[in-house]
Design a binder for this molecule. Structure first.
Ligand code: NAP
Length: 330
């Protein structure tokens, strides 16, 4: 286990942030030791992977625990993955073995352990659909426990872990995949990609390649332009509210889901006039208004100011309060 005191830690928004301790855990035992260190130092613990969905303030008074345990095992279509594996390597591993279920989640940055926290989703798939178990360190019970899918309370970009941020540290995930032929995700960009190529039954690998290519155009590479992907969640509104919005904005696409209707947050931000614009020291990505980028070395406060400006503007124009998808560490 590597322990650095008063050290910087990575985050894809490139914010200069220091933590009281930064611990790199290579094993479950290291995780337990980091918890003991935090207890001795009377500090909270902040578990993370690559910091791709994280907005840390300048000084983080905490033990930052970077999960760096590795290993992917496959048996009878079941993958057991240690939290420190890169998520996209997990998708690649599955696709190479002809296992379907997570191919639409190709190219999502970050590590496997972070994936169930916000129940990562893209193109109609969510990791929660394939989860069998999540192995966590439960700080309340002071031991490692296995939680099954129901225990995880998966929702839209939400889970038990997100609701109880300080209680659980994910150390491994188990996914149940399938040998069934894959389906083309029912999303306009993906359907267009295969229509243009006259391909009605793409292979798993072809679906993975399509998603990687489509995402490349929609999302800036954080190693080139710092960002943390979608900054806000798509809001859900009542049927009545959705109808009223569509009357006023006929180009708005809406997606009914149960008794609620999902509204694309990117559309609201674009209509509020922010796409491709600067707010103070930050820029809203020109190809996707849902992404706040940091090309000029903005501070935490600059980004919070941009977040507040967007939220207020969308609220006054549409009566909808956007909720951040990124994890803001004050
Ligand atoms: P898009 O096609 O421009 O659509 C905008 C939004 O409408 C999406 O966020 C999506 O919600 C929703 N939507 C579109 N078609 C839908 C359908 N057939 N059924 C239900 N909902 C639909 O979206 P995009 O920005 O290119 O993103 C495509 C996918 O990649 C989305 O699933 C998005 O979540 C995912 N993505 C995730 C991140 C991230 O950082 N987490 C970043 C970029 C893209 P959903 O988001 O609920 O799917």
């Amino acid at each position: 286990m590597i322990v650095d005191k008063d050290s910087a830690f990575p985050n894809s928004m490139s914010l200069p942030s220091h933590a009281s301790f930064v611990v790199y855990a290579k094993s479950k035992e290291d995780v337990a030791e980091a918890v003991a260190l935090a207890k001795r130092e009377q500090l909270p613990i902040l578990a993370m992977g690559d910091g791709t969905n994280l907005l840390p303030s300048t000084l983080t008074k905490a033990v930052v625990l970077i999960l760096d345990n590795r290993g992917i095992k496959e048996e009878d279509n079941i993958l057991t993955v240690q939290a420190g594996e890169k998520w996209d390597d997990v998708v690649k591993f599955a696709v190479e073995r002809g296992l379907s279920g997570i191919e639409a989640l190709s190219s999502i940055p970050g590590k496997a352990g972070a994936a169930p926290i916000q129940n990562i989703g893209a193109y109609g798939a969510e990791i929660g659909d394939t989860i069998e178990y999540v192995e966590v360190y439960d700080k309340e019970k002071e031991k490692f426990v296995l939680l099954d899918k129901e225990d995880c309370e998966f929702g839209y970009r939400d889970s038990l872990f997100k609701k109880n941020k300080s209680r659980f540290i994910v150390v491994a995930i188990t996914l149940k995949l399938s040998k069934e032929p894959p389906k083309i995700p029912d999303y306009k960009d993906v359907k267009k990609y295969f229509k243009d190529r006259a391909n009605t039954s793409p292979s798993l690998q072809e679906i993975r390649e399509a998603i990687i290519e489509i995402r490349k155009n929609k999302l800036p590479d954080p190693s080139v332009v710092p960002n943390c992907g979608s900054f806000f969640k798509n809001p859900f509104v009542t049927l009545e509210k959705a109808k009223a919005l569509q009357t006023e904005f006929p180009t708005l696409s809406v997606f009914p889901s149960g008794e609620r209707v999902k509204i694309p947050a990117g559309f609201l931000i674009e209509q509020a006039g922010f796409k491709g614009q600067k707010i103070g020291n930050v820029e809203i990505y020109k190809n996707n208004a849902l992404v706040i980028t940091n090309p000029h070395g903005a501070t935490f406060a600059d980004i919070i100011e941009a977040k507040d400006t967007i939220q207020q503007s969308v609220l006054s124009k549409f009566g909808i309060l956007l909720e951040p998808e990124v994890n803001i560490i004050e």
